[in-house]
Design a protein around this ligand. Structure first.
Ligand code: EPU
Length: 292
């Protein structure tokens, strides 16, 4: 424990990660650290760097596949209360990087504030959603961002304004940084209308996606102008299994992990899908989920 001496209260060794992910799969992390504020986070980053250890941030594990062998790294979780705060001001809401996206959506809707309905049914932390510019057919979160407070690998904090940030399809310029807090634009609207829109988003998703199963949402990005889900269905892969991993029959861009599944099952199924789609369409589907 010398590496994190003085931080014993927030450090754990060889911690299994499976239960921290929606897939429910994967091995342990060499270290998991749960810093309680910015200064503790900076200490964790500096000590990891000195020891030559890689740092990864784990949000709610909603878009993540951890390999069966786990990771020899330092995994940071922003799960302490400090990172979950949500504050409202004129025309904006500020949320900590570890805040739960679902809670943020419900709190803004409850206050009659519009904008975040597009994130209905998207699981994750606010920081994770911002880094990958999460969204769907109703819009992406990047469109709402006013500013982001980030920490880099050396522990330096910066406040970045909209003009200094880049958001693209499931991508942002924030890769490699830790999102500490985000300020988002929200607008007052008729509460009944906002609730109706949120219900519509929910209805669409629960009818077209296997939301109750163990999955990581969409596995692949949509290639420009195409739908990965439709392509996978067209090559006849719906319901195809490797071990306990199955291509969802509800939405072909979801892989569902049944009891007994391993991460290698999922990875082998991913390769088979990529091969079949490549053979038929000459397109290499790019992963949307992160693999550790
Ligand atoms: N489709 C099929 N077969 C399938 C699935 C879809 O033919 O098995 C067809 C649908 O009928 C539709 C088209 O493909 O005509 C697009 O499908 P859908 O509306 O479900 O949207 P998507 O492009 O597959 C995107 C996001 C989802 C998000 C939904 C809804 C990506 C990769 N996926 O899916 O995001 O929930 O829109 O807003 O951008 C995620 O990021 O994890 C995710 C699930």
């Amino acid at each position: 424990m010398r590496l994190f001496c003085g931080l014993e209260a927030i450090a754990s060794e060889h911690e299994p990660l499976a239960s921290h992910t929606h897939f429910g799969l994967g091995g342990p992390a060499r270290w998991v650290l749960r810093p309680r504020d910015e200064s503790e986070l900076a200490t964790v980053l500096r000590r990891s760097r000195q020891a030559g250890l890689r740092v990864r941030v784990l949000g709610r594990g909603a878009n993540l596949l951890v390999r069966d062998e786990g990771v020899p790294d330092v995994v940071v979780r922003l799960s302490a209360p400090h990172w979950g705060r949500i504050e409202f001001s004129d025309g904006a809401v500020t949320a900590g990087g570890g805040a739960d996206m679902h809670r943020l959506v419900l709190e803004t809707v409850r206050r009659g504030l519009s904008g975040l309905e597009r994130m209905g049914g998207i699981p994750g932390t606010v920081g994770g959603c911002i880094c990958m510019n999460a969204g769907g057919r109703d819009g992406e979160i990047g469109e709402l961002v006013r500013s982001v407070r980030v920490m880099d690998a050396s522990g330096c904090v910066r406040d970045l304004h909209r003009g200094e940030l880049r958001f693209a399809y499931r991508r942002s310029s924030l890769a490699g940084q830790i999102v500490l807090a985000v300020e988002l634009t929200v607008e007052p609207d008729d509460p009944t209308r906002i609730k109706r829109r949120l219900r519509e988003v929910w209805k669409y998703k629960s009818a077209s996606q296997p939301l109750k199963a163990h999955s990581a949402g969409c596995i692949f990005k949509n290639p420009p102008g195409m739908s990965a889900g439709r392509m996978i269905e067209q090559v006849g892969m719906k319901g195809r299994r490797v071990g306990g991993a199955e291509v969802s029959r509800t939405h072909a861009n979801f892989i569902v992990a049944h009891a007994g599944s391993t991460s290698s099952d999922v990875l082998r199924l991913i390769s088979r899908i990529q091969e079949s789609v490549h053979e038929r369409y000459d397109v290499l589907l790019e992963l949307e989920v992160e693999v550790w």
